[in-house]
Design a protein. Sequence first.
Length: 173
Amino acid sequence: MSNNNPTIKTGSILISAPSLEDPYFDKVVIYIAEYNEKGALGFVMNQIFERTFNELTEFRTSKPFPLHEGGPVERESLYFIHRVPDHIQEGRPIADGVYIAGNFKQAVDYLNTANDAESNLRLFIGYSGWDANQLDDEIKEGSWLIVEASVTTIFETAEASLWEVLHKRVNSL
C-alpha cells in the first residue's frame, strides 16, 4: 500500500517505476538505510551478485552465502544490514528492528553458524546513493514508488519475485 503524498524516510522501501529507463535499476527494490539533509543511502534488496561470500579470497573458508548487488557506488566495499542485534553488536538502528553495519567478525560468525542467516542478514557489494534532494526529485518525477511493506517482506520474499510482489501492492490501490 502507498498513499497519495508519500514521504521518504530512513527505513523506507522503494521500487523502481516500470517507466524508469536506467538498466541498472530495472525492477529493483531499494531499502533506504539513511536519509537526511545530505542525501540518501540505500541497498538493492532483490539482485544477487554473481559470486557468493566464500568466493571472495579472504572469506574462502566461509560457507557459501549470497552477496547482493547493493548499488553502483563503492563496489569494492562490502556493506551489511541485519535483524539480529543480539548476535551482531555495534550496529546502528535503521528502523523496524533493522540495523546497518556492526561487528563484522560477528556477522561472519553468524552467517557461518545460524540456520536462519539468509532471513536476517544481507551482505551487499556497493550501495545506491543520492545527493541532497536528488531522491526526492526522482520520486516526484515518478522514477521511484514508495511502498508500505514490512521488513519481513523484504528479507524473506524470494529476490526473483520481490519487485512483482511489491508492485502489486502499489497497483492494488
